[in-house]
Write a protein that binds this ligand. Structure first.
Ligand SMILES: Nc1ncnc2c1ncn2[C@@H]1O[C@H](COP(=O)(O)OP(=O)(O)OP(=O)(O)O)[C@@H](O)[C@H]1O
Length: 220
């Protein structure tokens, strides 16, 4: 599903901050991505999101060498990848329903078609009664559940999450990870979730991709 071969990344003329990354990720797997601050977790997620190009090496996603894709094909590929950020990134002037529906509107789906799906997903993440609220009145945990719903409404094959529990209470963190686990288990979504929260890493027995000074090791 995802293959990195001797991938390196540097910003501009700076030093390589990711070095010799060689790994593969199987479809339907769940990995934590962890490592000290500044070790390159966000940069690796940006490579996986196709928001950055590697400085060297080869990235294969969904059987395509992404270095060889033209702009349109990259945009097509990007549609198979969902992302959840630490700071939610919801649009405050849209309701929770409208935020979650946005990816489908962008794809040109009419509201009559997406309304039942968006409603069902919002109920599934526990926001059935909050769907007409603006994000500004939601709690941190509710905002993140809305952001997760928005990331998965168009059924991406790969779901990335960058410290998704960083802005919620610790006791809500594991509930959010359970939500990711359910998406992985029930829909077979391939998930890579970056976190440095030790209690989460200990509580869930998923394999860990560990970055240290730009080098990656995977612990199953
Ligand atoms: N746009 C950029 N331009 C130049 N250097 C950058 C850029 N983004 C990140 N870096 C550098 O790359 C290195 C890795 O940063 P990155 O944000 O990927 O690490 P991280 O593991 O996600 O850190 P944290 O846990 O603190 O968020 C750091 O030294 C950072 O300063």
């Amino acid at each position: 599903m995802i293959e990195f071969s001797d991938v390196g990344l540097r910003y501009g003329n700076g030093p390589e901050i990711l070095r010799d990354l060689t790994f593969s990720i199987e479809p339907g797997s769940f990995h934590f991505l962890t490592g000290p601050s500044g070790s390159g977790k966000t940069s690796l997620l940006r490579l996986l999101l196709l928001a950055l190009k590697p400085s060297r090496g080869k990235v294969t996603m969904l059987n395509e060498d992404v270095g060889k894709l033209d702009r349109d094909s990259l945009l097509q590929m990007r549609r198979h990848i969902g992302i959840v950020f630490q700071e939610f990134r919801l649009l405050d002037h849209l309701t929770t329903f409208e935020n979650v529906a946005l990816p489908l509107r962008v794809l040109g789906q009419p509201e009559s078609e997406y309304r039942p799906n968006v409603t069902e997903l919002l109920e599934w993440v526990g926001l059935g009664e909050r769907m007409h609220a603006l994000p500004t009145v939601l709690s941190g945990g509710e905002k993140q559940r809305a952001a997760i719903a928005r990331a998965v409404i168009a059924r991406p094959k790969i779901l990335l999450a960058d410290e998704p529990t960083g802005n919620v209470d610790p006791d809500l963190s594991s509930r959010l990870v359970h939500l990711f686990a359910e998406l992985n288990r029930t829909l077979g979504m391939t998930i890579i979730l970056a976190t440095h929260e030790l209690p989460l890493l200990e509580r869930f027995s998923y394999p860990r991709m560990v970055l240290n000074k730009g080098a990656l090791t995977i612990h199953d």
